[in-house]
Design a protein around this ligand. Structure first.
Ligand code: KG4
Ligand code: ZN
Length: 360
């Protein structure tokens, strides 16, 4: 048994500044602390994340988060054996803030530095939370990303497909905006959908009739816009029930598409240990139920990590750092921040997807 390692993780790729301390070895770890400072309030007035404001806030908050994590964990800085940091993909200013902070800490402590791909952090979370063994299928559904990954090992990812335009969370947010609802849109649309009729508006199920695991959500959002405008033209405005029915119909279309494509991604793979989800959209109950049913039909366990570990956090970065450290990866002061960094370098780049700076 290898001696357990105490690892500090830093996350600052979008609008959450996170620090976490994990202790573990051989693919297992305990979370000693996992703190996050959200910047939602700072960006609220702008209708989206402002990169310059985000970078500045990360630079201000990183030290504070590290101090808080150490205190919560009851660990002294000198006890940290390695420093893991998100080195991309994400907003360049934010990623740079984290990478520079991590370099300073690693150098000051004389400890190794490990640069982590943010998406690997999400993709490896089911190993941390549920001890899921490789290989498994991961559906990453967030505000900036949507992809199916076959995870064969800590550094072996194979992308089976992904969105060719918007991410589902982005679509939820845009639909909320179209209907005059608050942001972030996902939880509000889900709440409205509960009293709505999912069959009232027949919305498209983009790419569901095409082979493969690619997805598209931009046309669906436009279809909601048309349905909304049709109602406004016909009756002069939108009632509460109209909004609820539009939300329910939209959510049903998203769930149909994600469930259908998940079934396809699982089909023909006989060696998987489970089907896992991560990302903020995985909080959606209708979607979770559908995905759980898809996993059950495939005879696989369904793993949905607790929400705090599904959304952006530093525990997942520390854990991915631990796994890659154990695989022998070490970085030094030449580690660079990569705004774009596909997990599966062999997969064809997706046109229009993984927008620069989109939250992953
Ligand atoms: O993973 P996340 O916190 O941030 C990243 O994008 O990385 O995901 C945020 C996204 C937002 O677009 C939000 O509207 C969506 O997740 N979301 C939901 C729900 N809760 C959050 N979408 C649908 N249903 C929800 N209950
Ligand atoms: Zn993320």
């Amino acid at each position: 048994m290898t001696a357990p390692l105490t690892i500090l993780g830093l996350e600052s790729s979008c609008d959450d500044t996170g620090a976490a301390i994990l202790r573990g070895a051989e693919g297992q770890a305990a979370i000693l602390a996992n703190v996050v400072a959200s910047q939602t309030d700072l960006h609220a007035a702008f209708g989206g994340v402002v990169p310059e404001i985000a970078a500045r806030a990360h630079a201000e908050k990183l030290d504070l988060m590290v101090e808080q994590a150490l205190e919560e964990a009851g660990v002294a800085l000198a006890e940290i054996d390695a420093v893991a940091v998100t080195a991309g993909p994400g907003l360049i200013g934010g990623v740079l803030s984290g990478v520079m902070a991590a370099k300073g800490l690693a150098m000051g402590l004389g400890r190794p530095l490990v640069g982590v791909n943010h998406l690997a952090g999400h993709a490896l979370t089911p190993v941390l939370t549920d001890g899921l063994a490789f290989p498994y299928l991961m559906l990453l559904v967030s505000g900036g990303h949507c992809q199916f990954l076959r995870v064969d090992g800590p550094q072996a990812f194979h992308r089976l497909g992904g969105t060719i335009d918007d991410a589902p969370g982005e679509a939820f947010d845009k639909v909320a905006r179209l209907l005059g609802l608050s942001q972030p849109g996902g939880p509000v649309v889900e709440a409205m959908a509960r009293s709505g009729d999912p069959a009232r508006f027949l919305l498209p199920r983009p790419l569901l009739d095409r082979p493969g695991c690619d997805l598209s959500f931009s046309g669906l959002k436009t279809a909601v816009l048309r349905a909304r405008d049709g109602l406004i033209a016909a009756q002069g405005g939108l009632g509460e029930q109209d909004r609820a029915d539009l939300c329910a119909s939209f959510q049903a279309a998203v769930a149909d598409v994600l469930a259908g494509k998940s079934a396809r991604a699982l089909a023909g793979q006989t060696d998987l240990t489970g089907f896992a989800v991560a990302g903020g959209v995985a909080a959606n109950r209708t979607l979770r139920a559908r995905l759980e049913a898809v996993a059950a039909r495939a005879g696989l366990p369904f793993v949905a990590p607790p929400l705090a570990l599904c959304t952006d956090n530093a525990a997942m970065i520390a854990f991915a750092g631990l796994l890659t450290y154990e695989a022998g990866q070490r970085d030094d002061l030449t580690l660079s921040a990569r705004p774009r960094w596909p997990l599966d370098a062999a997969a064809a780049p997706m046109i229009g997807s993984g927008k620069k700076g989109a939250k992953a």
